[in-house]
Design a protein around this ligand. Sequence first.
Ligand code: B3K
Ligand code: ZN
Length: 868
Amino acid sequence: MQAKAKYRKDYRTPDFTITDIFLDFQLNADDTLVTAKSKVKRLNPQATELRLDGHGMELVSVKLNGHDIEHYKKDKESLTLDIPQNLTDFELKIQTCLNPAKNTSLQGLYQSGEALCTQCEAEGFRQITYFIDRPDVLARYTTKITADKKAYPYLLSNGNCIAKGNLADDKHWVEWQDPFPKPSYLFALVAGDFDVLEDHFITRSGRDVKLELFVDKGNLDRADFAMASLKKAMKWDEERFGLEYDLDIYMIVAVDFFNMGAMENKGLNIFNSKYVLANSQTATDDDYLGVESVIGHEYFHNWTGNRVTCRDWFQLSLKEGLTVFRDQEFSSDTGSRAVNRINNVKLLRAMQFPEDASPMSHPIRPEKVIEMNNFYTMTVYEKGAEVIRMMHTLLGEEGFQAGMRQYIAENDGKAATCDDFVRAMETASGVDLTQFRLWYSQSGTPQLTVTDDYDADKQCYRLHVHQFTLETADQKEKTALHIPLKVTLYTEQGKPVMLPNTDTPLSEILNVTKAEQTFEFHHVPSKPIPALLCDFSAPVKLTYEYEVSQLVTLMKFAENDFIRWDAAQMLYNKVLRCNLKRYGKNEGFVFPDALLNALNWCLENAKGHESIIALLLTLPTAVEFAEGVDQIDPTAIVEIRDYMQHRIADALKDNLVKVYRELKADHYEFNQQAIADRALRNACLQYLALLPMGESLVTRHYFEADNMTDTLAALKAATQGKCEAAEVLLTDFEEKWAHDGLVMDKWFTLQATRPDAAALTRVKNLMHHRSFSMTNPNRVRSLVGAFSTHNLAQFHQKDGSGYAFLEEVLEQLNASNPQVASRLIEPLIRYARYDEERQALMKAQLEKLKKVDNLSNDLYEKIEKALH
Ligand code: B3K
Ligand code: ZN
């Protein structure tokens, strides 16, 4: 029996709430006794039944005000008690028994390596005890943990440690108290043996906060960067948002078995070790940036998520969209704004746009949910952040910060809604957001088609904007949205058009609010080149029929790096589209000389712009390319991309070699310039690997590398460039790192994304590799996930072998870890844009999966939607 869908419109305030809870854990890996004493308060005088959520544990006893309750209703999902109507406040004591070692779902209390830890968001607390497990029930938690002292020297929970002691039989206990009422999803417990990195942070009001970072024994040499990132984030949040940390201690624990990136539990973040552990030998520059942004993200949740939480799970974007926006701003303020913006936009286009066109399409505030874990999506997170960013654009920094202050003042200590947020923004700034609110309820990616005309006599330039949104799986009717469209104008020579008699460039945020609209620009001395959707001012698809020469001008000369990069993307997509037509007609591929010349020019003038040129020079991945076409022909896309790469490599060869040589560093450094230099040098290497000199070059690059960024760049160049050297280098890496799963993840991904026809067989074999494990989500994602998501041509082999393989893996994961399975199924449900044969093969696998015994709600929800 599958769970029933829940609807946002059905929200009701709870009949009862829990104000205080005392939890006692007698911890053992395979037998943990939990005693939960709760103070329950009646909110609805009419209610006679108290329904508590709970599953996957044994109920030992229930007591109400000290008396055993014999009569209760219990099913697989809940425990329902009769409550006499005269009882307004009472105590409930519930004992449950759990087996963390057997809990492979990695939700609730489970074992990670030798440690025990929890993951309660979204609905995992109900696997620990029976509880009103919803985010609008806020309670004060006191947690006592008793465990074997040798196996679990550290016993951690939320808040402050208030007492501890030793017991007979080598046991000890610790008691924690969290002074801030919180929803159950923020509860956390960790027990284990760790190395600890200690530090402290003085807040701007002078409070001394103890910082502790717990890592597996022997990993202290990979912990410094995460700690530095935490302190940086704490300081940044004070400076930019005026928000200060509120407890005396902040703990982060890194664990190896974790379903997602990290979790913001109050005062006790639990992290996937991938987002904590980093040193120059094990982590790439991108890994470092990932650590910094996730550490920031979880820290920023302390205010946006924890102090102000969500009323119900439909409001998830209230905390996630906002917190992603905050972490993006953190990375942009402390690093390169343009590079961050480009990377965020790449992610949105490659991952969120397809999601919004898939059977799983949903607004950033979903209306209907079967399994909440399925809605921790690119849409809720990344598009949610774009919606916040648009409000920031419309209100300006000052108005936005005023809105933030009002939002927090009104909702601190409460469970709020997206509407509460928008209302605060609106009242604090005076900006009318009535139409803008539609972004919360409408799904799909809006499309803007722009045309223009120029009247030389009147010096008047006009842009005609047409907006429409295609029907999506969840929603037929679409309405015009309020879209901030940022426009800058350039002259044919690539100089910004200035406002009359000033040296200020003409740059405007156009308020697109109707289906058809025309905007006029006056005093424009000659027909301009428009730079449209600058900085990606809205999460939309925009088309304007540019000439190649116009895009080349923008790519070379635009003052804004985002515009330069985006012009390059449009050029590459133009080349792809043109060659896709030729592919259909069996004509040879072509590549405009003007683009090759311009790329050469960019490389010659890269000094001071290294990171942007590296991004601009790198072709969209096959997956990114696929997003831009109506029907995806994986083989054609991969072949054309290959052709384009070879053409660029040949045409730019001299400059590629020159820049590659010039950028060789004397010694490893970690700072923005060094990162930019490595990025450009390694971007050159990817092309050079395709030339005859490639073999020796990648080999030398690999063996000379003194850091993981360069090592991995060599391996990527060798594998993607199909160099013979690849095998030797991969084996060398494997021997060096086989003991370290986190590092081996990079190797698994390289193997999974190799473009040759043996890729699937290789992936199958690697599932028996000594470093691989089906129970570790990081390994599964690095191998199986990388293959099915990023190896476009090999996963989509015409015989359907890739799909059959994924189905087998999903059957296995359905039983052990449905959350991971549900992430992995995505490529299969997105069949609509493939040819009929492939569609049939993909659907057949979905049909097969649908019949699996005990199909999880997670998979059920997606398969149902896909086959509907
Ligand atoms: N809030 C968590 C995600 C929880 C996912 C539950 N399936 C991490 C984050 O967004 O910060
Ligand atoms: Zn988050």
